[in-house]
Design a binder for this molecule. Structure first.
Ligand code: DQA
Length: 153
């Protein structure tokens, strides 16, 4: 039987990870984040499809396609988290479990980052743990999908 796929989506400016405000976001690149997710996913027995776009419409297209191809969505929508009703609607329409992630603790930052259009359509939110936020989200999604830990089996 094929393993379930978790779609991990990254929004605007996350391609700059490693060079963008390293004091805030750390020195790991998005490639490093993908590698960490792949490693954990392999142990959990899930596949991941890891993508980034700076374009809201592209993210929405991917969310729509995920309905037929993915078992769940892990999403760091970047700044679109705080602005995009369209991503909120796309996630709702996907009927898939969603976990919202952020590298930084958005609640320690500017007030405009305290509101999210994603949280109300997400199973849960993980923020503030840097790259580990993603790894924790992969674990949480595997749990939500009822997929076991191969290492523990
Ligand atoms: C972010 C937090 C957002 O407020 C910001 O716009 C980002 C990154 C995070 O991962 O901490 O681009 O989503």
């Amino acid at each position: 039987m094929s393993e379930p796929t978790i779609l991990i989506l990254n929004g605007p400016n996350l391609n700059l990870l490693g060079v963008r405000e390293p004091a805030l976001y750390g020195s790991d690149t998005l490639g490093d984040v993908e590698e960490a997710c792949r490693e954990r996913a392999g142990l959990l027995g899930v596949d991941i499809d890891f993508r980034q776009s700076n374009h809201e419409g592209v993210l929405i297209d991917w969310i729509q396609e995920a309905r037929g191809t993915a078992a769940g969505i892990v999403l760091n929508a970047g700044a679109l988290t705080h602005t995009s009703v369209a991503i909120h609607d796309a996630l709702k329409a996907s009927d898939l479990p969603v976990i919202e992630v952020h590298l930084s603790n958005v609640f320690r930052r500017e007030p405009f980052r305290h509101h999210s259009y994603i949280s109300s359509v997400a199973v849960g939110v993980i923020c503030g743990f840097g790259v580990a936020s993603y790894v924790l989200a992969v674990e949480a999604m595997a749990g939500a999908l009822g997929v076991g830990d191969k290492a523990a089996a």
